[in-house]
Ligand binder design. Structure first.
Ligand SMILES: Cc1cc2nc3c(=O)[nH]c(=O)nc-3n(C[C@H](O)[C@H](O)[C@H](O)COP(=O)(O)OP(=O)(O)OC[C@H]3O[C@@H](n4cnc5c(N)ncnc54)[C@H](O)[C@@H]3O)c2cc1C
Length: 394
């Protein structure tokens, strides 16, 4: 089947752009519609796992993304009090499993700026400042209405793909449930130019530091170090965000610190939710529109990009003559992956960070340090943490 009308992709985040790029390279007509006039610049994802880099290689953008990133070859878990390394995983353990045996730390808003021109070069029109208002699905195609600077616009398509983020208009209009939970914790991200390796001797570029009171995550990016703190329950947000208090929090963790700049701050809540269905009629959901999870571990955007790869492959099979039900396979495979893999892993990550019970903490630490010191277990651990173990692209 050759589509007479394009596939309409709603949202030019990393996921919508990935779908546009994959479809463009497969020669399948599509168009991308983004509500904002410019790509998002928010401080969000930074971790790109090996399977995502493998997809970027297929799509011809991997070198450019890597050029803007920082290759992290070790992953560490620490106890905050008393302070010590619990487990130190070396990515060389997965050197035979992928051409990219590391996690790349590259800001999402930089990666999307690599993807967008590639989407356009692949022949996929991008329509910025086009906010989806609503759509209809008449069984043979879809009609979408957009608000644009030139007034309302109506576009017809073969299918509509909602990659419009966690507040997805597409998901809401479909009336699809978004079950799950919101963690009580608030996460406070402080972006600095501190050299954390000097302040925490032995620290790798990525460290997760367990503490039931105030856990900490350190992520080194090319020109910034992100330090993420658990905000305590009784803290007032406006007070926590005052500069003196941000500095005091950093010093409270590292001890005396040299003068440093605060480049950015972000305070956010974290959800674990999955849409009840990823496909209704000719409308599909992917990325944050379909699933949200705790970002520590870096699986939200990555799994959204994997949704895009899976969906593009299903559209390719549809064009090659397979029935429309091939898209149901997308919906069930990716929903199962979100529920059975990403949600479980990221919830476990959260529980590990906040664990209070002394025996449970000891068991967690024994398990992690045992895995890190045994090459076969270290490989298995990193395959899981890198989303290589159970990926489903097709
Ligand atoms: C602090 C933080 C750190 C994170 N770290 C990681 C990490 O390291 N690794 C990881 O994998 N994930 C991480 N995540 C999660 C990651 O940022 C998201 O999973 C990712 O942005 C999802 O991409 P998306 O394209 O699905 O949605 P979004 O990035 O939200 O993009 C959706 C796009 O749709 C547009 N849009 C919305 N409504 C409409 C409409 N009606 N019409 C047209 N366009 C519309 C929006 O403007 C936006 O551009 C992190 C998140 C946060 C907050």
């Amino acid at each position: 089947m050759i589509f007479q009308k394009p596939i309409l992709i709603i949202g030019a985040g990393p996921v919508g752009l990935s779908l546009g790029l994959a479809l463009g390279r497969a020669g399948i007509p599509a168009q991308v519609f983004e509500a904002d006039a410019e790509l998002n610049t928010q401080i969000r994802a930074s971790t790109f796992h090996p399977p995502t880099l493998e997809l970027f290689a297929q799509w011809g953008v991997v070198e450019e993304v890597i050029r803007h990133g920082y290759k992290v070859d070790r992953l560490q878990y620490w106890e905050r009090d008393p302070r010590r390394v619990v487990a130190d995983f070396d990515y060389s353990a997965i050197a035979n499993d992928t051409p990219y045996p590391y996690r790349l730390q590259c800001p999402q808003h930089i990666a999307t700026r690599v993807l967008k021109p590639a989407v356009e070069a692949a022949g996929i029109p991008m329509h910025m400042a086009h906010r989806l208002i609503d759509f209809t699905d008449d069984g043979d195609g879809v009609t979408a209405r957009f608000e644009t600077p030139d007034g309302p616009k109506t576009v017809q398509g073969a299918y509509l793909c909602g990659a419009d983020g966690s507040h997805s208009t597409v998901r809401k209009q479909l009336g699809v449930g978004f079950q799950g939970k919101t963690y009580e914790d608030r996460f406070l991200l402080i972006g600095t130019d501190l050299q954390t390796g000097d302040l925490l001797p032995g620290a790798a570029q990525v460290c997760y530091i367990f503490d039931p009171r105030e856990w900490v995550i350190i992520l080194n990016l090319p020109d910034i170090v992100r330090i993420v703190f658990r905000m305590r329950d009784n803290e007032e947000e406006s007070i926590a965000l005052q500069e003196d208090n941000l500095r005091a929090r950093v010093a409270g963790f590292f001890g005396p610190v040299p003068p440093f700049n605060i480049k950015t701050t972000q305070l956010y809540r974290v959800h674990q939710r999955v849409a009840d269905s990823f496909k209704i009629g000719r409308v599909l959901l992917l990325g944050d529109a379909a699933h949200n999870n705790n970002p520590s571990g870096g699986m939200g955007m990555n799994s959204g990009i994997h949704d895009a790869a899976n969906l593009a492959e299903k559209f390719t099979r549809l064009v090659q003559g397979e029935p429309d039900s091939v898209l149901d396979e997308y919906a069930s495979q990716r929903r199962e992956y979100a529920v059975q893999s990403v949600q479980l892993y990221t919830d476990q990550q959260y529980n590990n960070m906040v664990m209070e019970d002394e025996q449970a903490r000891q068991a967690r630490n024994d398990s992690l340090s045992g895995a890190a010191s045994d090459p076969e277990r270290a490989r298995a651990y990193l395959l899981r943490a890198s989303m290589l173990e159970d990926r489903i692209f097709s």
